[in-house]
Design a protein around this ligand. Structure first.
Ligand code: GTP
Ligand code: SPV
Ligand code: MN
Length: 602
């Protein structure tokens, strides 16, 4: 299968450690996939859904303590602690290898080890990187076959001495006390042990395409980002591409799969989905930023997905999809909270227990049938709005970069940075409420620069510097914006309808990039004037847009203070430009505050 001596030696080394009964190369063939599926069905690792209704679809339940990424067990192992910065857990490489080896040792006895060669990006593209994941989980293999380009063509591309990222995964005992997700950027190696959940074990995804890739991108002058990519085709037939970074479970998949509301469809708008989670971007010879989605699949949040919020997602998951931790129903059906129609009368919940919709926990709260972080794994090409550009080795040119978080207060619906440098500071200041995508306290606001807090594989002070430098390398840099779909009123209801209606904001953003939409200057950046968003067909309360773009200087000054504290944690690794931008922002806010105290409308 391969003439690559180093690859063979590494596989042998890992097999000596883990002691699998057998080693199987994944060739990418349908035949092999079917065989593995059958085997996993036999053991109960996956359960077929009703194949008439859900052709090619399967259900999987993870261990109860293993339902989201475990950031506190995720480490970057480098020789110098300063290189990972204050936002990452650090361990010396030797200690990481030693501790994880103890868990890996003999852990695959009685199991098989699968060898998955994969390419992030189209095989052979200048963007692309190759990895090889070794795993003892068929569930991982079946997911990887959807999420990335796998198999013999990748080995052929690797040849006899190509570079590849070494990814070792073992389920071991699935014990949270013996779980470690370790990254060794200096060795181009990832070790993950003791988990069976998505982002912890599909090592191509967050571990390689973000943590290791961000490290490589800094050295090689490109960007590896937690961003969706979509194309907006306007009424003139012109397609412009937007890359947007929102933290986990904050709307990337939904925005990427956007279906235009009636009014904008009639106007002639169409959306093309390129990617929903990760973007790799490089400056091309034309001085523009070009992007690819390195993946070929969605690993999307089930909760809240329905035919109103995201019809394209529902169409995407009708076949060839793996559902993880949803509610399982008799007759091979599934359900999750927020799906269309009424809840089923009964089912087996994500824990494997009998469930009915009226069940309450000891605090009187409804017991969910699906885990809030239940996910679907489905091929990109099944999305009705899938872009033909995903196979292009060249990617797509990016006109606008959008940052966004989940903020009940403060952050307006949309605003635009004054410059690339200001835009980088907007990204660096980002914060969001914690969601179910990671283990921890829900709802707590935490700083999450560029939505990369859990995914930047090196010191974030250096990461900001790298972003600033990328700006100087572009002749036509994308404009930078910030959005917030999640502003709430006093009773906790969302003020903005969101989902498909978000296209109205994208329209303004792209018009701004061409210098064609009016805006008002505020201390934090440009916001839309009250009549510059096309709201045709939307029935909103009067003055809602004004309310959604209001900048409250007192609240923002408090935010500046909290950002200042956060920036201070980077010490002298923080670029001066970030401090300068923050000081200028504070000055502008104080001026506005003074003006409104004096009764002058700023
Ligand atoms: P990851 O896969 O974890 O990176 O998440 P993501 O950023 O792709 O988030 P996703 O699109 O899956 O959305 C997460 C949750 O936010 C879902 O429950 C959505 O229904 C909800 N959501 C997405 N967009 C909007 C929006 O515009 N408004 C509101 N109110 N909710 C939204
Ligand atoms: C995220 O949490 O941002 C995800 C899911 O996209 S996971 O693959 O688990 O990281
Ligand atoms: Mn994500």
């Amino acid at each position: 299968m391969t003439q690559h001596n180093k690859l063979q030696a590494w596989i042998k080394e890992c097999a000596d450690l883990c002691q699998p009964d057998e080693i199987i190369f994944i060739d990418g063939s349908e035949e092999q996939r079917n065989k593995l599926r059958d085997e996993a069905v036999m053991t109960g690792e996956i359960v077929p859904l009703n194949q008439k209704k859900w052709p090619g679809c399967y259900f999987h339940r993870t261990a109860q303590n293993d339902v989201a990424r475990t950031e506190h067990l995720t480490y970057i192992c480098t020789s110098e602690k300063e290189d990972v910065g204050p936002t990452n857990n650090w361990m010396p490489p030797a200690e990481g290898y030693r501790k994880a080896s103890e868990i890996f040792k003999g852990s695959m006895r009685g199991r098989k080890m699968y060898v998955i060669p994969f390419s992030l990006g189209p095989v052979g593209s200048v963007f692309s990187k190759i990895g090889v994941e070794l795993t003892d989980s068929i569930y991982v293999v079946l997911n990887m076959l959807i999420m990335v380009r796998c198999g013999q063509e990748v080995l052929d591309q690797l040849g006899s001495d190509g570079d590849f990222t070494r990814c070792l995964h073992g389920k071991a005992e699935l014990d949270v006390d013996r779980r470690m997700i370790l990254h060794f950027p200096e060795d181009n190696t990832i070790w993950s042990v003791g988990s069976g959940y998505g982002g912890n074990v599909l090592l191509s995804k967050k571990c390689m395409a973000l943590r290791l890739a961000s490290w490589q991108a800094q050295k090689e002058s490109w960007l590896a980002e937690h961003m969706l990519i979509l194309g907006v085709e306007d009424p003139a037939g012109r397609i412009e591409y937007v890359a947007a970074a929102f933290p986990s479970a904050c709307g990337k998949t939904n925005l990427a799969m956007l279906v235009p509301p009636e009014g904008l469809t009639r106007k002639g708008y169409r959306i093309w989905m390129v990617g929903d989670d990760i973007a790799w971007m490089r400056v091309d010879t034309d001085g523009k930023l070009w992007a690819i989605n390195p993946e070929t699949g969605f690993f999307g949040v089930a909760q809240g997905t329905n035919s109103i919020t995201n019809p394209n997602a529902l169409a995407t998951v009708r076949r060839n999809t793996i559902f993880t931790n949803v509610l399982f129903r008799e007759g091979g059906n599934i359900w999750w909270e927020g799906l269309d129609g009424e809840a089923p009368k009964s089912g087996i919940d994500w824990k494997g227990d009998p469930w009915t919709p009226d069940m309450k926990d000891k605090n009187g709260k409804s017991v969910p049938g699906a885990h809030p972080n239940a996910r679907f794994t489905a091929p990109l090409t099944q999305c009705p709005s899938h872009s033909f550009r995903t196979e292009h080795h060249h990617g797509v040119p990016i006109s606008a970069i959008v940052f966004g978080g989940r903020r009940a207060r403060l952050a307006p619906l949309v605003y635009q940075g004054y410059s690339w440098q200001h835009g980088v500071c907007i990204g660096a200041m980002m914060a969001s409420e914690r969601t179910a995508a990671q283990f921890g306290k829900l709802g707590e606001v935490r700083r999450d620069p560029m939505a990369m807090l859990p995914f930047c594989g090196y010191n974030m002070g250096d990461y900001f510097r790298h972003w600033l430098q990328m700006g100087t390398r572009m002749k036509k840099a994308p404009k930078i914006f910030h959005v917030n779909w999640f502003r709430q009123d006093e009773s906790g209801d969302y003020l903005w309808p969101g989902y498909g209606e978000n296209l109205r904001v994208l329209e303004w953003i792209l018009d701004r990039c061409r210098g064609e939409a009016p805006a008002e200057e505020t201390p934090i950046g440009y916001v839309p004037t009250s009549d510059s968003l096309d709201l045709t067909g939307l029935d909103l309360p009067p003055n809602l847009i004004e309310e959604l773009v209001t900048v409250n200087p007192e609240e923002w000054l408090a935010e500046v203070e909290s950002v200042r504290e956060f920036f201070a944690t980077f010490g002298d690794r923080l670029p001066h430009a970030m401090q300068d931008e923050l000081n200028s922002l504070e000055r502008r806010l104080k001026t506005q505050q003074k003006m409104s105290h004096n009764g002058i409308n700023g």
